[in-house]
Design a protein around this ligand. Structure first.
Ligand code: NAD
Length: 260
């Protein structure tokens, strides 16, 4: 479905981003992966994608908390791939604390990566997409882009910001072949959530399995985690022709979280 398309996925050395890169590649797209981690493990992932899906895969290291590094990263990706057709703004971090206890440096880091990097990445990719008359920007927001939870001020503010930015990006590009949509996942069992499960287990003196069940029960009526692969499928759909007229929307994969 995406044969010949060139895709960039930020924060794709693990979790949701890696699964999205896999699903895009499985559908024929060449990919740039990005993020932190053990260089040997990242190289193994990159080679795996090339061998398994018969596409080109590049790894470009960049700290997307830095605005100029984010813009440079997009230009380096365009050079490596030859063009940019699909940009998945996925990189994100989390920190939980009451507002009055929230460390300033954690607030700044979450806003920089979860919100500002989406802006800078899109700003660098849009001229390329507009010139070729086709593009897909897919922002990985969250159920927390639509509703709030206590102790997540920076994350909720950033993700609501991403949903707003998605709408502006869509309006500025309506009719020119470039669409922008946000995917809003509920709980996905990645490193980002594992830390929250561990914290809950410790706080309530329960084991990890019981804490995972409690975490789901509080928010996600299906009582099942969303899988990274399912989110990859949603990204493939948004990049497909079927989604040509879909722009400025949020696509929830949250087991019913935001239906309540
Ligand atoms: P994860 O921790 O598994 O992966 C995060 C990725 O971002 C990693 O590849 C990491 O190396 C990269 N990264 C971190 N800091 C970076 C930086 N400064 N520059 C570049 N890359 C950086 O997390 P995940 O759960 O896969 O989260 C991916 C996205 O999905 C995030 O935006 C997150 O907010 C969102 N999300 C996650 C969940 C969930 O339940 N896990 C739910 C909703 C939304």
């Amino acid at each position: 479905m995406l044969k010949g398309r060139n895709a960039v996925v930020t924060g794709s050395t693990s979790g949701i981003g890696l699964a999205i890169a896999h699903e895009l590649a499985a559908n024929g797209a060449n990919v740039v992966i990005n993020g932190f981690g053990d260089p040997a493990a990242i190289e193994k992932e990159r080679v795996n994608i090339e061998l398994e899906f018969d596409v080109k895969a590049h790894y470009i290291n960049a700290d997307l908390m830095n605005p100029q590094a984010t813009r440079d990263f997009i230009e380096q990706s365009v050079k490596a791939l030859g063009s940019i057709d699909i940009l998945v703004n996925n990189a994100g971090i989390q920190h939980t604390d009451l507002i009055e206890d929230f460390p300033i440096e954690r607030w700044d880091a979450i806003i920089a990566l979860n919100l500002s990097a989406v802006f800078h990445g899109s700003a660098a990719a849009l001229p390329h997409m507009k010139k070729q008359g086709w593009g897909r920007i897919i922002n990985i927001a969250s159920a927390h882009g639509l509703v709030a939870s206590a102790t997540k001020s920076a994350y909720v503010a950033a993700k609501h910001g991403v949903v707003g930015l998605t709408k502006v990006t869509a309006l500025e590009n309506a009719g020119n072949g470039v669409t922008c949509n946000a995917i809003c996942p509920g709980w996905v069992r990645t490193a980002l959530v594992e830390k929250q499960i561990e914290a809950l287990a410790q706080k309530n003196g329960i084991d990890i399995d019981a804490a995972a069940k409690e975490l789901l029960a509080e928010k996600q009526p299906s009582l099942q985690f969303v899988t990274p692969k399912q989110l990859g499928g949603a990204a493939v759909f948004l990049a497909s022709e079927a989604a040509d007229q879909m722009t400025g929307t949020t696509l929830s994969l949250d087991g019913g979280w935001t239906a309540r």
